[in-house]
Design a protein around this ligand. Sequence first.
Ligand code: SF4
Length: 123
Amino acid sequence: MRKVTVTCIVCPSSCRVSVREGGEGLEISGHQCRRGLEHARNEVKNPMRMLTATIAVTGADFNLLPVISSAEIPKKMLIPCLRTVYGLRVQAPVKEGSVILRDVCGTGVDILAARTITRAPAG
Ligand code: SF4
């Protein structure tokens, strides 16, 4: 039987939730609500995370554009997705929420601009 302790990150209470995985499925304890139960189950079965990063931008007063995934992606896909994202380069102007990359690494999730960046004034 495998036992893990998960810190629930769904709300600021940060409950410590125990998950025992055995022949009869999962035994989950220590959660204070149903959302914590779901979170602990997902953490053991298929942990998901939002991806945030910065990518290169040219033609602006800033060198970097913050980006965020449109939804959570499987945690095991974070490193390959980050490798892809860090290779991106965009040209200003960029509008917050615009799609920078569709379907990153076949996850079905898009990479979006997390802020608006205007073109640098000429000269
Ligand atoms: S188990 Fe419920 S109360 Fe506890 S941190 Fe998670 S969401 Fe918050």
